[in-house]
Design a protein around this ligand. Structure first.
Ligand SMILES: Cc1ncc(COP(=O)(O)O)c(C=O)c1O
Length: 378
């Protein structure tokens, strides 16, 4: 006999993205356009810095929130993006994933509501569930994936504790406009709710002037928690490194969660992180930008309705006209078309599929050709 596990854990599903990726991997010859995993390897000089740190014996417990030199480098780096956080307002984390966990755990009491503009990265719902909060989806499908002010106002209740802003967005590639930001700021100002800014794609923006939320509303600083990551811009997904920034009054509480959960990130990667922050990643950005245009053009040629992505490395075409659920569409696409996309349902949005274009050009070209053939046979 054994007593039940925590029901919040029991009720969680494994990541849908991983499930479809696994199905694709078991299908011989299938091309994967599922993961947000850059095809690039981490630039060599970043790897060398970690090797040197190891060789120099940098293998002891580092300070909980990160080495002072890294916190200073992060503070200086974010200052260049008009985000003003002192080193003592930053925590180096195990990816943005841990930073998000810390943010939700630090904010939520049982039953507190979090508004998530949807489609959204599935991780938020899972963490909110684990923290015994309530996930409330704000459907942005009818408003070009922007936040509609009346809709948002109508969702705020006395239980609302936070809203998440992901810009550029996973899975849509959209960037929030000023109206979307303004309404969130207005509500936060009135009610005191927290705004969790998931800025992991903020370095991957391809055209217009791009503004991060916190730089436009510095008076809301106490309400804002910024989450960022080394994963995507520096092709460092496997290093599991990110950072959290918050007003000192908030950060000082949140750091307890980090301390008791992971103690700190690895010691010998921290010099390498400084090197990463100094790395010019414009070649990766221009590669993604070129692919973005290619993917958009190809999807339009196939007759798919799709928003022109402004950042990240995803396109999110509408597949409603084929009269299938997004899961059925993706399962058939894997089995019949030998190419894998992720169903919109994994992001809380039926009727769409996510295509990731951070893979090599040849794979992308072949994958799109297969998609076109599959669609023409439907
Ligand atoms: C929007 C968003 N936030 C956070 C993460 C997690 O990033 P990390 O690798 O830093 O944990 C991802 C990863 O795909 C993401 O797409």
């Amino acid at each position: 006999m054994r007593l039940p596990l925590n029901s919040a854990v029991n009720n969680l599903q494994l990541s849908g993205i991983r499930q479809f990726t696994n199905l694709a991997k078991q299908t011989e010859g299938c091309i994967l356009l599922t993961l947000g995993e850059p095809e690039f390897d981490t630039p060599q000089h970043i790897c060398e810095a970690a090797i040197q740190s190891l060789q120099a014996g940098d293998t002891h417990y580092p300070p909980n929130n990160g080495q002072e030199y890294l916190l200073q480098a992060l503070s200086a780096y974010e200052k260049k993006n008009s985000l003003f956080y002192e080193p003592e307002e930053i925590i180096v984390t195990c990816g943005a994933t841990e930073a998000l966990f810390m943010a939700f755990m630090g904010i939520l009491e049982q039953g507190d509501e979090v508004i998530i503009p949807t489609p959204a990265f599935g991780l938020y719902e899972s963490i909110i569930t684990l923290c015994r909060g309530v996930y409330r989806s704000l459907d942005t499908r009818q408003s070009q994936f922007q936040i509609d002010s009346e809709q948002l106002r109508g969702m705020v209740t006395p239980k609302t504790k936070a809203i998440v802003l992901t810009s550029p967005n996973n899975p849509t590639g959209c960037v929030y406009n000023k109206q979307s930001f303004d309404i969130v700021a207005e509500i936060s100002e009135k009610t005191g709710i927290y705004i969790i800014c998931d800025d992991v794609y903020s370095q991957l923006v391809y055209d217009d002037q791009f503004t991060r939320f916190v730089s436009s509303y510095p008076h809301l600083r106490e309400n804002i928690i910024v989450v960022n990551s080394f994963s995507k811009p520096y092709a460092m997904t496997g290093w599991r490194l990110g950072w959290l920034m918050a007003d000192k009054s908030v950060k000082q509480q949140l750091q307890k969660i980090h301390q008791y959960n992971v103690v700190s990130v690895n010691s010998f990667v921290q010099e390498a992180c400084v090197k990463a922050l100094d790395t010019d990643v414009s070649f990766m950005r221009s590669t993604y930008s070129r692919r973005r245009d290619f993917v958009y053009q190809r999807l339009c040629e196939m007759g798919l309705e799709v928003n022109y992505p402004k950042g990240a490395f995803y396109a999110f075409p509408n597949i409603q006209k084929f009269g299938m659920s997004s899961e059925e569409f993706c399962t058939r696409l894997i089995e019949e078309g030998k190419v894998a996309l992720v169903p919109g349902s994994c992001f809380g949005a039926q009727g769409y599929v996510r295509l990731s274009y951070c893979c090599a050009d040849k794979i992308l070209e072949e994958g799109l050709q297969r998609l076109e053939k599959f669609l023409s046979n439907l």
